[in-house]
Design a binder for this molecule. Structure first.
Ligand code: NAP
Length: 281
């Protein structure tokens, strides 16, 4: 079984991006800039943002974090986004989710200029992805896609089962696999026989949020299994895939932690650089 090393893949991607930033700097005499807006003091959000800033600096991006207290008014955040939209030194804008209840998430997402939407959540980018046009792609599914392609460069005709249909993971993952000519089945909480669906799959991407939902006898020999889940349990952090069982059957599997997670941040940097490149055309 191939253990898909997300840490290594992310480090390789960051090294490539670092070179690309250096080339862009010598060509344009400026570097891509990423601005993250962080609202409130939720510990996981603070950790994510700190890691994003550290990785952005590592590859040579201009990086900035704007912090607001939990009590910030929605209007203040929307005005700041407008300011960043027209700031030429800002290539990518990310508002760290979740937001406090009094702030309308959709309004915030739609306020970001689609050409600077490094999360790929703006309806314009969602539409472009599903139409097969160039767009920012949500970072986690993009990371999964790059890991799958490392194992199997030609996905044409493969049967893929995506478990979970969130806007964040399942739906964009489906679009990426479809673009690669996979036959894709998207499953969710109302799916009748998830085990049977998974058993037919060459590729399984699990993005559910249920610890160890995908069992060893759900996976056919030679399947590639990507585990997006991050679940806190009594025995520590586990994924949506039962690692010990599935590793006995699958051809390749991502561990949790150390699989998809590290790729997510590296893909955020990639999206920022891609936004910059599109803005220079
Ligand atoms: P989400 O928005 O809660 O969506 C979960 C999806 O799973 C929903 O579509 C839901 O179906 C489906 N589902 C629930 N129970 C199911 C079942 N028994 N069988 C099949 N499908 C079922 O979750 P998310 O935001 O996509 O996150 C999923 C997991 O990924 C979480 O553990 C999260 O922490 C993790 N995550 C990891 C990263 C990373 O960087 N590695 C990034 C983001 C999220 P319905 O639509 O029918 O409700």
């Amino acid at each position: 079984m191939i253990l898909i090393d997300g840490k290594k893949a992310a480090a390789e991607l960051r090294a490539e991006l670092k070179e690309e930033v250096a080339e862009l700097k010598s060509k344009h005499n400026k570097v891509p800039g990423l601005t993250v807006i962080l609202i409130g003091d939720l510990t996981p959000s603070q950790i994510y943002v700190r890691n994003k800033e550290k990785s952005a600096n590592e590859v040579g991006l201009k990086s900035e974090v704007i912090k607001y207290p939990d009590s910030v008014e929605e209007k203040t955040v929307l005005e700041k986004i407008q300011e960043l939209n027209s700031d030429e030194t800002v290539s990518g804008i990310l508002v760290q989710l979740p937001l406090p209840k009094h702030i309308d998430k959709q309004k915030v997402i739609e306020a970001i200029d689609p050409s600077k939407d490094v999360d790929g959540f703006h309806p314009m980018n969602v539409g472009n992805l599903s139409s097969g046009y160039e767009s920012s792609i949500p970072c986690t599914p993009l990371g999964c896609y790059l890991l799958i392609k490392k194992i199997e460069p030609n996905l044409s005709g493969k049967k893929a089962v995506v478990v979970g249909r969130s806007n964040l993971n399942g739906k964009p993952m489906t679009q990426l696999l479809l673009k690669e000519n996979c036959t894709v089945i998207i499953t969710h909480s109302k799916t009748k026989d998830l085990k049977a669906e998974c058993l037919g799959a060459d590729i399984i991407v699990a993005a559910v949020g249920i610890p160890e939902l995908v069992r060893g006898d759900w996976v056919k020999k030679d399947a590639i299994v990507i585990d997006v889940g991050i679940n806190k349990t009594d025995k520590g952090i586990v994924g949506d895939v039962h690692f010990d069982e599935v590793s006995k059957n699958a051809k390749a599997l991502t561990p949790v932690p150390g699989g998809v997670g590290p790729m997510t941040i590296a893909c955020l940097l990639k999206n920022t650089i891609d936004c910059f490149k599109r803005s220079q055309i």
